[in-house]
Design a protein around this ligand. Structure first.
Ligand SMILES: NC(=O)c1ccc[n+]([C@@H]2O[C@H](COP(=O)([O-])OP(=O)(O)OC[C@H]3O[C@@H](n4cnc5c(N)ncnc54)[C@H](O)[C@@H]3O)[C@@H](O)[C@H]2O)c1
Length: 428
């Protein structure tokens, strides 16, 4: 059985089903489709399916042209019958945390319930969502009881490491970590992901693969927390953290630069570390680094708001413009974005907040703002209306010289002007 599926994979005579066509699933579909493999995408969001069928993208760094080209060997559905014609099924579903910071597994459970009856012998099932070690065995395995895993069905976990908007590292260039439930599962998983044309890193178990992804994201969260804390100290000491980081990164080993900012955002760094904290509690273990960096990073938007409030204290008009509401530059994703927290907090304090973001034309449906907001036009007339501009997300397409020339005061949370001595720039 294993040899048959491996033969099929090697000849590229397989169909890959991808469930969840979001920031992870859609680029993955494109990667396989580019390698001339038949791909079927599935998503419960009918609007996304409709757009894809019309060749329209819903991700800013993904061209309509990419969709049109993909459509040669890509089909997509909001129902799941076609799972039965797939040789491999890859789950790219959300794995958020609940308010109490326990993992929200409903997307995976709902999906497994929907596809269970269409699964059949000799298929491969791979989870790519970021999750706590043990998820594949504890959450997915119970739906696969009728199969003989490693013999007539293959369960693997391979974390997605995509960096949205990063042109240097598309997912064809990022090594893929793969773990299998059995040795045969791993062998099949290895061949499947080799089709992407990237380096495959085999690990000994599903749990090791699950934990690898968490280590990567926790490493980021902890280092961002560290540098955010040091930024605040450096400010008191009147030394420039960006100059320090630039000097430190000349060391050719043992140092990787991380930069301070307005806090952290996205579907990964503010969430994933807590998936592990939750699991660690089951082992009576406290993950102190995760908790501490989380506290520091979450405090950053409030620190910014306090400084803005201080600046506006004696001003008659209190109007501020946030530049960038995406959680990081060059993307249109505002999940967990610190900018939204800043707007919410300032508005609660009766400070009028508008925003500009080249990728996000409207906000208001994610959080309860006083009114839905539309991105303003970035021109000199508009810029003059605000007492202060908060540079929260430094998209590359923004003209920073223009911004500096036409703003009365810029509160730079990203260090875009870190070496500039202008009187109208305050550093975070
Ligand atoms: N976005 C990133 O940068 C990134 C990077 C690496 C890993 N990840 C991880 O990958 C996973 C997916 O993240 P994402 O950013 O692509 O999320 P997303 O929200 O952009 O996409 C998830 C998609 O799944 C769909 N969906 C939800 N329930 C479904 C169901 N039952 N059946 C079919 N489709 C369903 C949603 O409609 C949505 O389109 C998460 O675990 C995330 O942590 C994300």
């Amino acid at each position: 059985m294993k040899n048959n599926i491996i033969k099929k994979i090697k000849k590229k005579r397989i169909t890959i089903g991808i469930i969840g066509l979001g920031y992870v699933g859609l680029p993955l579909a494109r990667t396989f489709s580019k390698k001339k493999i038949n791909v079927i995408g599935f998503d419960i969001d009918k609007k996304k399916i409709k757009k894809l069928r019309k060749g329209i993208s819903y991700i800013n760094y993904f061209n309509n042209n990419d969709i049109v080209q993909m459509n040669n060997n890509f089909a997509c559905y909001s129902t799941f019958e076609k799972i039965s014609v797939c040789d491999a099924v890859i789950l790219c579903l959300p794995t958020p945390i609940k308010k109490n910071r326990s993992p929200e597994m409903k997307y995976i459970n709902n999906s497994m319930k929907l596809i269970k009856k269409f699964l059949k012998n000799n298929q491969i099932l791979s989870l790519e969502s970021t999750t706590y070690p043990g998820t594949s065995e504890e959450v997915i395995l119970p739906y696969l009881k009728r199969f003989d895993l490693g013999k007539n069905f293959f369960l693997i976990y391979s974390p997605e490491r995509e960096d949205p908007g990063n042109k240097k590292f598309s997912n064809e260039k990022i090594p893929k970590v793969v773990g299998g439930y059995t040795k045969n599962c791993l062998m099949v998983g290895y061949e499947l992901y080799k089709l992407m044309g990237t380096k495959i890193v085999k690990v000994s178990s599903l749990k090791v693969a699950e934990m690898t992804k968490l280590l990567e994201n926790i490493y980021r969260s902890v280092n961002i927390g560290l540098v955010n804390e040091l930024k605040l100290l450096c400010q008191k000491m009147k030394i420039n953290i960006f100059e320090i980081i630039d000097a430190a990164k000349t060391k050719p080993f043992g140092f990787q630069p991380f930069y301070p900012g307005p806090g952290y955002g996205g579907h990964c760094i503010p969430i994933d570390p807590f998936l592990l904290s939750w699991k660690a509690k089951k082992y009576n273990f406290q993950t102190k680094f995760i908790e501490l960096s989380g506290r520091i990073n979450e405090k950053m938007p409030i620190i910014i708001c306090d400084k803005v409030k201080q600046f506006l204290k004696h001003k008659k008009q209190k109007k501020c413009l946030i530049i960038g509401v995406a959680y990081k530059k060059n993307v249109d994703d505002m999940r967990e974005s610190p900018s939204l927290k800043i707007i919410e907090h300032l508005e609660k304090n009766k400070i009028i907040c508008d925003y500009y973001d080249p990728y996000i034309t409207e906000i208001g449906y994610l959080r309860k703002f006083s009114k839905p907001k539309k991105s303003i036009k970035l021109n000199s007339k508009n810029l003059r209306k605000y007492n202060i501009i908060i540079l929260a997300t430094d998209h590359d397409s923004i003209n920073y010289n223009f911004l500096k020339k036409n703003s009365s005061m810029i509160f730079d949370c990203r260090g875009r002007y870190s070496y500039s001595k202008n009187h109208n720039i305050i550093q975070l």
